[in-house]
Design a protein around this ligand. Sequence first.
Ligand code: AMP
Ligand code: GLY
Length: 426
Amino acid sequence: MNIALIGSGGREHVLCQKIYESKLSKNIVCIPGNAGTAKVAKNIDLNFLDFRKLLKTLKLHKIDLVIVGPEEPLVKGIVDFLNKNKIKVFGPNKYAARLEGSKAFMKSICKKYKIPTAEFKTCKNKKDVINFLKKTKFPLVVKADGLAAGKGVTICKTKKEVLNVSNEIFQGKFKTSKKLVLEEFLDGEEASYFLIVDKKSYKFFGSAQDHKRVGENEKGPNTGGMGAYSPAPIINKNLERKIISKIVRPTLQALKNKKKPYTGFLYVGLMIINNEPYLIEYNVRMGDPECQVILPRLNTDIVKIFNAAISQKLNKIKIEWKKLKCMTIVLCSKGYPGEIKKNKLIKNIDKLKLNENSFIFHAGTKLINNELVSNGGRVLNITSTGKIYRKIRINIFKIIKRVNWKHGFFRKDIGWRVIKKIYANN
Ligand code: AMP
Ligand code: GLY
């Protein structure tokens, strides 16, 4: 099969690598891709949000299947558009993608189907916010309704802060958000649970824990994710049953009731409090960097899985996982998530000899005159598998030392929860 993959991050590099390793793939194009995907696919530099141009390119390359990495094209309706033009594509339709594209939509489903989530109020204007503030506790979470590239959530400690953040949202700070959601602050442990879904069934697709803050000890501003590990030990069988029965099933049924069934990856962002799951957010795609720690553990041909999902036969296949743990640490450009400098040379990657348990997935990288340079905030995902998280992390540190990229930084405490808690046997 000829396969096109949309996106350019670490998530897309690992997806591309897995598609490349499949017996079922022939030609792979990555739109636009990065220097990592260029090794296993043909990168095509194109604005994938220009759906008409994209369609032309897909036809030119005789693409049989499109895999969409990031959320924006999904929320803008790429699946509906390509289906209408008879191109097979893996991902949710535009209506279902609102699970991520609109916090108010997601919360309204939670309310209707009694899905456990933080208490909330959707506000359309300042008056709504002021009314809610009369009877609220702090901290309070303010969320822009639409996509905000990970920057739309603020945890506020005072009324003044809530009003300032709300004003900014109403004044158009995030173009896609005319509304906002005010939410009760949930104090617990965050974990992510993944599924692959077709119109008839769904299958577990891994668990992970991410580290969203830029600084060690969970300090500083939010980022796209500074590192992750899989599996997440907090997600035990008992909790998993609750996640499925209280959160996933009612959500999938809600979309079926609207005649817009969900298909694609579903990322269930959770807060776990006293062994009870609360839905924090849905993402309608794999996580980044969570994908980089889940896919190295996958033992089943990924294209076979995509084909099964596209033809509503997920219930007919078995998805197998390696009995290994995986961790990734993100090497970022100095300054991230603020201002960064691009085009900084990364010298040592090609000379590095990695063992079969270690991988470097590229994120913000590109080639200029055959030389590898940085091209974004999150640059490389240094990834390793093994049996004990503590040892995996030591291995990753050694690789980062060998990469020796002077323009970058990384968090040294990725995995602190699992390494501290179950130090002896994890
Ligand atoms: P979201 O974009 O909804 O995932 O929010 C980004 C991050 O903000 C989450 O990963 C949490 O760390 C934090 N967060 C969001 N909602 C809440 C909440 N209700 N209580 C506590 N933390 C939250
Ligand atoms: N790492 C968080 C996300 O992909 O949304």
